[in-house]
Design a protein around this ligand. Structure first.
Ligand code: NCD
Length: 311
């Protein structure tokens, strides 16, 4: 059972099945309990993780690196890889993949282009984990989001979930809608017209029988939701600064909005927030976004250990 993900790349949620999610959450909570009980883990002793970050990140990179160190492993990394790596000399990700196995046992890549993680994986013999490819996918974020929902709500089925913000460019919501879709939720997709969820994703979900209500009205959707997942307007994906300026402040969660929501509604955000959630909301018991960020470490520990067969 624990060999289910051994040797596998984690590139896209379409390849992640319910049994994989169960396994990752199981191992994550087991690891979490060991660390919380003051124990230590040595699963990754002698193993090396390579982190290749061609796009900015704080939380994702730190959580992968922390995860590795907490299990006795080591890390080699290229940050700011776009300007400081041999990408500037024209080296392709495929070629990097070709020699990477001489350096590391597993790799995480973040890149601005959709399909970049796949490209690295095409060249590499070691497991490659997608840490975010442009406006494409962010599968490990979605696994920690699902884990967070399970912990906060006690279940994953029969939930009404609002995904709000930049649904067009946000890779977190592209991945999460498809992963959560496996549990038969009712979705509200809240965005301005220009930032709607890509139709290929809504079609796939509707074909699976998922009810989706698309609306620009955050209040209407939030009032009916068990989980409200906010996202930032993805500045780096805009070609024209004026459009970004017009859309960036469009949604704002504050105490006034909370008053119309169900008692105990869970609020999530992949972070960084850029004005979507007022600081006053941080005190609210259902504000789960910092706990969500913390959950990234055990989930990534589980993933690293599982793909390298160290569980
Ligand atoms: C997200 C990302 O990079 O896609 N952040 C993250 O990984 N925690 C969300 C975002 O940048 O808006």
């Amino acid at each position: 059972m624990s060999k289910l993900l051994m040797g596998r790349d984690i590139l896209h949620v379409k390849d992640i099945k319910l049994e994989h999610i169960d396994l990752v959450m199981d191992v994550a909570s087991r690891f979490e309990r060991v660390l919380e009980g003051g124990g230590t883990l040595t699963n990754m002793t002698g193993k090396i993780l390579a982190t290749l970050f061609y796009e900015p990140s704080t939380q994702t990179r730190l959580s992968f690196e922390t995860a590795m160190l907490r299990m006795g492993g080591q890390v080699v990394s290229v940050t700011d890889a776009k300007s400081s790596s041999s990408a500037v000399k024209g080296e392709t990700l495929y070629d990097v993949g070709k020699w990477l196995e001489g350096y590391a046992d597993v790799a995480v890549i973040r890149h601005n282009e959709v399909g970049s993680a796949q490209e690295l994986a095409n060249g590499a013999d070691i497991p490659v984990i997608n840490g975010g490819d442009g406006a494409g996918q962010h599968p490990t974020q979605s696994l920690m989001d699902v884990y967070t929902i399970q912990k906060e709500r006690g279940r994953l089925n029969n939930l009404t979930v609002t995904l709000a913000g930049d649904l067009k460019n946000g890779r977190t919501v592209h991945s999460l809608s498809q992963l959560l879709g496996k549990y038969g939720p009712r979705f509200f997709f809240v965005s301005p017209e220009e930032l709607r969820m890509p139709p290929e994703i809504t079609h796939l979900l509707r074909d699976d029988g998922i009810e989706i209500i698309e609306t620009p009205d955050l209040t209407l959707a939030a009032a009916k939701s068990d989980v409200l997942y906010m996202t930032r307007v993805q500045k780096e994906r805009f070609h024209d600064a004026a459009s970004y300026e017009r859309l960036k402040g469009i949604y704002h969660v504050d105490e006034a909005l909370l008053k119309v929501c169900k008692h105990g509604m869970t609020i999530m955000h992949p972070l960084p927030r850029a004005g979507e959630i007022a600081r006053e909301v941080d005190e609210y018991e259902g504000a789960a976004y910092f706990r969500q960020a913390t959950n990234g470490v055990p989930i990534r520990m589980a993933l690293l250990a599982l793909v390298t067969g160290q569980v």
